[in-house]
Design a protein around this ligand. Sequence first.
Ligand SMILES: C[S@@+](CC[C@H](N)C(=O)[O-])C[C@H]1O[C@@H](n2cnc3c(N)ncnc32)[C@H](O)[C@@H]1O
Length: 185
Amino acid sequence: MDVFEQLDREYPSQTHKLDKFKELFDPLVPGDFAEFGVYNGNGARELASLDPSRTCWAFDTFEGMPQEDYSGDEDSSDPPGKWKPSAEPEALFHGIPNITAIKGRFVDTLGLVNDEVHFSLVHVDCDWYWSHRQVLEFLESHLNHGAKIVFDDWTLAGAKRAIQEWRDRVGPKVKGEGEVLVWVG
Ligand SMILES: C[S@@+](CC[C@H](N)C(=O)[O-])C[C@H]1O[C@@H](n2cnc3c(N)ncnc32)[C@H](O)[C@@H]1O
């Protein structure tokens, strides 16, 4: 059993998208990977496995959904406190050197990321309106041309509104519909 299988068994989680990530990963688009909303880490581990020479950034409170970013009805499919992981990030990613975990609310952590960090493939899986809004605003200056954004929650009311508002603002810099968008800005 390799380290990925071992961690998936020890810390089972929601995301099972390795086939999708493999299909979307274009080695010709430079840049790191990122997951926004990590829980027990399966999605971040899957992204990291695509190319060990690229860093996978894993952003989460690692303490569950943060009350401060909850906007009520449109986010009610996931209540505050849900998705508290079974272990600290050091354990979730033990033995996978190309994952960098950034612990805290997005609003407190995203601004600390160096301007030079750019992504090629990202997974956005953070359920709520404000969480999506913060992530998408951050991504605007951190995506390489041709980068793909995979949304887990594009059908949930809050997430859907944040994505639509962002699309209205960035216009032709983004192509695609639904679950996968491509940054061409
Ligand atoms: C559905 S879970 C993610 C599942 C994960 N992608 C997997 O592979 O199983 C949603 C995650 O988003 C995180 N999250 C949501 N809003 C956040 C915010 N504003 N700041 C930091 N983390 C947030 C929660 O802590 C939670 O772990």
